[in-house]
Design a protein around this ligand. Structure first.
Ligand SMILES: [Fe+2]
Length: 431
């Protein structure tokens, strides 16, 4: 079978004729076919590919036009359909199209969208990325959205692109701009768009995430910031991979996909009350490895800060407690990186990647951003600064996980070992 690069080089003369160019001028395909970040960005403010139920590859494009563009997929046209309705709050046209299986070269005008790999070797995990402007019980929390040191999501997204992932998983909480910027904080957030609107989604997610959109397809989990009472309409309009529901709902069934030799269940954990019923519907797979991807952790004590300290929003159902059936739980919600394994019970490792950009949890010890915990029940490595995770597939059932800081420097490494019938293990050490 032709590899992607060779296929692209064979197709490009035809596609260049279509787009009106005459010569490659000695430039590579990558130089000629870039993603929509330059002259097209005013017409197409965002374009990405995400994976949905049964692994469907869905191209989404946002456009200021009233109609949708036509994609070019491996030399054939693919019309896009309008998703939802343009409204005052969402005054942008959302377009979508399901890509054919094994698509190699997807073009929006002359810009290239990333296509899914059938066997991704490098997977990035990031979560909890928006710039916090919110109010809880009269207490206002404001992050400095204008300072890339204080809200580094765009920088983290560029670092993610620099490691050239095959797939990116976002574990939820994209939208944090909830209340108007208080006057006394105008140095931090004056002029920020707020509320569940296209303008605030653009500032919190679509603009800073552009480098990620250009680099790999996405799996997108829903966070509690995307509850219907918060930014749920934007979640369904822009990001949920399934058909648009008639109205926003917080009771949403999980969906499955197969990625390489892994089954991935994506659980909507925006509402903690949706978790247990979702878990109970998931049937264990007899072959291959399984990961659950969801926003809220549930295996570590105090993982859900909206409940009492020792409460868990859900439990691992009995059918899943047999060793090896579930080899990792991948979450966010806590605003740190937390790599957890449980020596004494049947739980799989719980990997919390919630340090992508929003206000961080404070280190338990002043200025001590790395914390190792080892008890009889829990082995944990925590990192209280910004960054993301890189999973590299080393062999069947073996992943090296690199914890990166915001600049893509490695700050810790782990080995995740998966084996049928055996509880998976996660061994981590700081650099
Ligand atoms: Fe959250």
């Amino acid at each position: 079978m032709l590899n992607k690069r060779l296929m692209a080089s064979l197709l490009i003369p035809v596609l260049l004729t279509v787009s009106g160019c005459r010569t490659t001028g000695g430039k590579s395909v990558e130089e000629l076919v870039t993603t929509p970040q330059s002259e097209l960005e005013n017409r197409f403010p965002a374009a990405w590919v995400e994976l949905g139920s049964e692994g469907a590859s869905i191209a989404r494009v946002l456009t200021v036009d009233m109609s949708c563009p036509v994609l070019n997929v491996d030399g054939r046209t693919l019309p896009m359909n309008i998703r939802g309705t343009r409204t005052e709050a969402f005054n942008i046209t959302t377009c979508e199209a399901t890509l054919p299986a094994h698509a190699q070269l997807v073009l929006l005008s002359k810009y290239r969208l990333p296509v899914p790999s059938s066997d991704p070797k490098r997977i990035v995990v990031i979560g909890d990325t928006g710039c916090e402007i919110k109010e809880d019980d009269g207490k206002v929390s404001v992050q400095n959205c204008a300072d890339s040191e204080k809200w580094p999501f765009a920088h983290v997204a560029q670092s993610i692109a620099s490691v050239k992932p095959d797939l990116i998983i976002h574990v939820g909480d994209y939208h944090y701009r909830e209340v108007p910027c208080p006057k006394k904080y105008s140095a931090k957030c004056a002029g920020a768009s707020v509320g569940d609107t296209w303008a605030s989604w653009k500032e919190d997610w679509f603009t800073p995430a552009a480098a990620m959109f250009a680099s790999a397809p996405l799996i997108l989990a829903r966070g509690n910031h995307e509850l219907c009472a918060r930014a749920g309409n934007g979640w369904f309009q822009f990001l949920d991979p399934r058909p648009l529901p008639a109205a926003c709902t917080d009771s949403v069934a999980p969906y499955w996909m197969t990625v390489g030799d892994h089954h991935i269940a994506v659980v909507d954990a925006a509402d903690d009350k949706n978790m247990q019923s979702s878990f109970d519907t998931l049937k264990p797979n007899v072959s291959g490895f399984t990961w659950w991807v969801l926003h809220r952790p549930f295996l570590t004590d105090g993982a859900d800060d909206e409940l009492s300290k020792d409460a868990s929003p859900a439990k691992l159902p009995a059918p899943w407690q047999a060793p090896g059936l579930l080899s990792a739980v991948i979450t966010g919600h806590k605003h740190l990186l937390s790599l957890n394994s449980f020596p004494k019970n049947a739980n799989p490792p719980e990997i919390i990647s919630g340090n992508g950009g929003t206000t961080l949890e404070k280190p338990k010890t002043d200025n001590q951003v790395m914390e190792a915990v080892q008890t009889a029940d829990l082995v944990s490595l925590n990192y209280f600064d910004y960054g993301f995770l890189v999973f590299d597939r080393m062999d069947v059932g073996k992943w090296q996980i690199q914890a990166m800081d915001r600049d893509a420097n490695v700050i810790a490494t782990c080995t995740l070992t998966e084996q049928a019938g055996v509880r998976s293990t996660l061994n981590c050490k700081p650099i």
